[in-house]
Design a protein around this ligand. Sequence first.
Ligand code: PEP
Length: 253
Amino acid sequence: MRKKIVAGNWKMNKNFEEGLALTSEIINIAKDELKNQAILVINPPFIHLNSLQKLIPQNSNIRLGSQNCYHQKSGAFTGETSVDMLKSVGVQYTIIGHSERREYFNETSEQLAQKTKLLLEVGITPIFCCGESLTIRESGKHLEYVAQQITESLFDLSTEDIQKIVIAYEPIWAIGTGKTASSAQAQEMHAYLRTHIAHTYTQEIAENISILYGGSCNPQNAKELFACADIDGGLIGGASLKSRDFITIAQSF
Ligand code: PEP
């Protein structure tokens, strides 16, 4: 059985007090109300990670994640954060290749392959983001384009390691726009990516990989999206900043 995951990408939002409050609310509401086995990953800014980890109860289904890591192990890279540092403060998941990082910080497929390997070496699960722009979707080449992103960054991995990856399909035209992909559009892409993985690895391996949907997912549309056969949860931006909305999304399985 693939894991059901709802991951919140806070992006560059929430000061320290606000981050503490949001995390406490998520922990409390999840404890009282969450009735399923979904894993909730909170991905705050780096500066909050160490403190927020201390709030998360040991036996809960809440995990700590980061929004990025550097693609070198250590050294003279002023301002960057290594996978060892993340591991040392209890990070268990790391988002890599978000479209904002690909676009504003020029992240390349090669760097994402390096990040993936470094994360796996220290036992952190990469949440690998992929997705097409509106122009590519309108050209009709979106399926091949996103499959290629996965090929370039992940297909050097061994059969053992590829199964440790979580993929997040995030059409760029749906991120922060209020314009969600329809469940049919999302399911089509997820099924295509799973088949793509099966062709390079095996069907069994492809069936073990959680593929999340991201892009204006909210309490109103999560149920329909999560009901699709190949959608195993969501990567949530805006709606992860409100505890009630985040938990309602997690309750949508
Ligand atoms: C995201 O940035 O990963 C995202 C899915 O954002 P939003 O939910 O706000 O569209």
